[in-house]
Design a protein around this ligand. Sequence first.
Ligand code: PMP
Length: 286
Amino acid sequence: MSRIAYVNGAYLPHADAGVHVEDRGYQFGDGVYEVCEVRAGHMVDERRHLERLVRSLNELRIRLPMPLAALGVVLRETIRRNRVRNGLVYLQVTRGVARRDHYFPDPATPPSLVVTARSVDPARADAVAGEGIAVITVPDNRWERVDIKTIGLLPNVLAKQAAKQAGAREAWFVDASGHVTEGGSTNAWIVTGDGRLVTRPAEGGILRGITRTVMLEVAEALQLRVDERPFTVAEARAAREAFVTSATNLATAVVRIDGHLIGDGRPGAVARALRENFHKYAQTGR
Ligand code: PMP
């Protein structure tokens, strides 16, 4: 089936879908994005993703390209036209098209909006989670505003490529004090020897993942003890469990960090329970 992309008001065949060469996203990485899980044809946590989009846009003083209700229609229509039952929908907003100049363009310049959607086989994702993944650690060389979900992802791209070349799936960024911040495209968690769930506070050094927020609710419902505090690489290596969260990974166990086995090298009970219970707590639109 041919894929369709939404680009600035038009639904186009994926192969022909493009933005102008002087789009500020292309020239400067001057834009933001969101990725939302699609499950049984519906977006998961649409409201939270759109709220975070608005926050990212406000931080960068980029206008919302259309009212949120209209944006919801475009997202749903892109999902429908691509016949996605299970997968993801991606949206990107940039500061628009203007002659290349670092200064913001004329305020009347319309922001650019691109939306794509694609299917992901849930059985394959479950198979990955069933095995667990390997991560490597890399120095966190990103700017301070990683709380904004910008399309400027070069450090993340380089870190994840280094992970791939080392036979791992994710890279965990480590700050100057030796604490894990987050993954290249995921939030990072551990379960300590005495069963406490630990993840870094969202007030600094990380993106406030929507999946992270919902998993904290799941953890509370499961009566798990949670500490929102930074943890070191050494603590993670000695942990009972480690895992990552994101809209596309849900909770996926980490079974190796820099080649060291975590626990018995199999996905642990906490990561499994959080993954299994996630959709009971996430908001799925109708
Ligand atoms: N951190 C980073 C750097 C990410 O790119 C992502 C995925 N977008 C996350 C965390 C997880 O966020 P979410 O749970 O909203 O997908």
